[in-house]
Ligand binder design. Sequence first.
Ligand code: UDP
Ligand code: MN
Length: 297
Amino acid sequence: MGTCPLDRELMLKDNFTGLLRLWARPEVLTCTSWGAPIIWDGTFDPDVAQQEAIQQNLTIGLTVFAVGRYLEKYLARFLETAEQHFMVGQRVVYYVFTERPAAVPRLSLGPGRQLRVERVPRERRWQDVSMERMNTLHAALGGRLGREAHYVFCLDVDQYFSGPFGPEALAESVAQLHSWHYHWPRRLLPYERDARSAAALARDEGDFYYHAALFGGRVQALRQLTAHCAQAQQWDRKRGLEARWHDESHLNKYFWLHKPAKILSPEFCWSPEIGRRAEIRRPRLLWAPKDYAVVRN
Ligand code: UDP
Ligand code: MN
């Protein structure tokens, strides 16, 4: 199933990256119980990943929503830093979803990189903007985005790249460890606990707490993920329920039922407010400061 070797014998025989993973970062978990790699700085060779991706002639999609105040506040920096760090050397297509296409900043893009803007309605509540993304992404993956990209990453806009984020992150399905929760005991994780919700997880369920600010994978895998989450949200809404952390609660339920093929360490989506941590060597994406009064009114 997964690609990370649990068995030292196998590792020595034919899995160099598995070996690298265990030896490079003995202090952190680098492999899940189902055999998926958890990638940390130092556990992969970015040049090997780059060469493999180039040989496959990939197009990688990056989707981001910027609705209401989030556009002026975050989008320019998100895109400018993505140009510096996201999949540099690969073919990239950005999809920006907004209710005001004319306000999207004009950027001069590197070679092989394109930006498409798609109009979405503006929902009244920020929670609805966040949750509606699952429907919109599902449709986009079934349309032009799905035809032109092989892999897609779906990101929140309230963050910016601060280090190389390359093809080492690619896999059939990719989940992000939440930087505030990666070291918490399972019973304390903020999953939806109301058993009536489609997102509910019982006390003895859940592998990790994943952050909905970043997920990705192959187009077909993401079609399945977005269909599940959109449907589950609709079921809840019909019954007057809303999961504790909205789309993130449903994403966590999905990844409990359908294990991700690769997990990114919190270095790939780090909150600088946490301060220094020995295991966080090189953050690749940082949460931008949130001015709740400005963006959510
Ligand atoms: N979003 C948006 N406008 C809104 C609310 C949300 O564009 O009014 C998008 C934006 O991409 C944002 C994401 O939905 O990053 C998730 O919302 P938010 O970041 O506020 O959620 P949090 O990370 O605080 O859970
Ligand atoms: Mn966010």
